[in-house]
Design a protein around this ligand. Sequence first.
Ligand code: NAX
Length: 326
Amino acid sequence: AKAPIKVAVTGAAGQIGYALLFRIASGAMFGPDQPVILQLIEAPFEKPLAALAGVAMELDDCAFPLLKGIVQTSDASVGFKDANWCLLVGAKPRGPGMERADLLKDNGKIFIEQGKIIDAVAADDARVAVVGNPANTNCMIAASQAKRLTPDRFTAMVRLDQNRAQTQLAQKAGVDLTEVKDIFIYGNHSPTMFPSFAHATIGGKAAADVINDKAWLEGPFLETVGKRGAAIIAARGASSAASAANALVDHVRSLVTPGAIHSIAVKSNGLYGFDPEVWAGMPVRTTTPGAYEVITSYEMDDFAKSKIAATNKELVDERSFVASML
Ligand code: NAX
């Protein structure tokens, strides 16, 4: 039998956690023959820790054959100990009237500490995936604290945006969504993100030719994907949770599947016109489990370049707000 994978999850008692943990424990993330141990980390307060105990009871009550242990803790050095995967879902939400700079700094403190602790105690093969917003910048911050773990181990999630874009293209074209391929997200996980429709295909043909509506692609399509999170809050009275958890399952599943082609936010190294120091969404191909190479062959037209410049500027601005903390 395979040794269990240790999966640390922060914010485990939150909305996304509640939709995520059961999928991990059922085998959706690492496969139907891979045992897991869940190392659940919550903020050190009575309410979230009590809620976490309840979630752990429900996990027990599922009798998942693959679930070999549950750790519950508010001590990150316990939660991240020997973790093979660190899923950073917990973050401080933006309160009413809160400035973006303050949100960045408050989260900066959390991700500086978590980055340091992960680097100190996680497994040698540890991989980190950041969901908590602002996800790209939080990921950059955590990676900045690591000396043992290299920057490529730190990725942020733009998969929800990719999945949203895929469905929008399929619905517009009136095809099954499995026919839509190679739609990738560039830049920040925020309304400035750029889903590059120019390289997408539908049934093997250029998506732009199949849809044949440039005004829709450059307007309503980008707007719908960019503002989908807000639309869900307006409709549901709460932010996306099940779809976000599902996207994280996809993000990690693709990262452990050699040959998978997908969007993740990684250290840009100057690719596609992004500042070398920011974490930006881009297409990658998984090489060996947990490792990937950026696909560098896509040509960007002037429209794409202007969109990438805008989302890059936002990432550079976010970085500048927290630069003095790093
Ligand atoms: P919730 O507020 O329901 O849950 C967050 C949980 O994190 C809470 O239980 C809280 O106690 C915990 N927490 C806070 N600080 C912590 C810390 N230092 N250590 C451990 N736990 C901590 O939020 P939820 O809806 O689950 O969303 C979580 C994060 O995902 C938010 O930052 C949200 O903005 C972000 N999202 C990111 C998405 C993406 O595509 N990258 C999409 C969905 C989601 O909006």
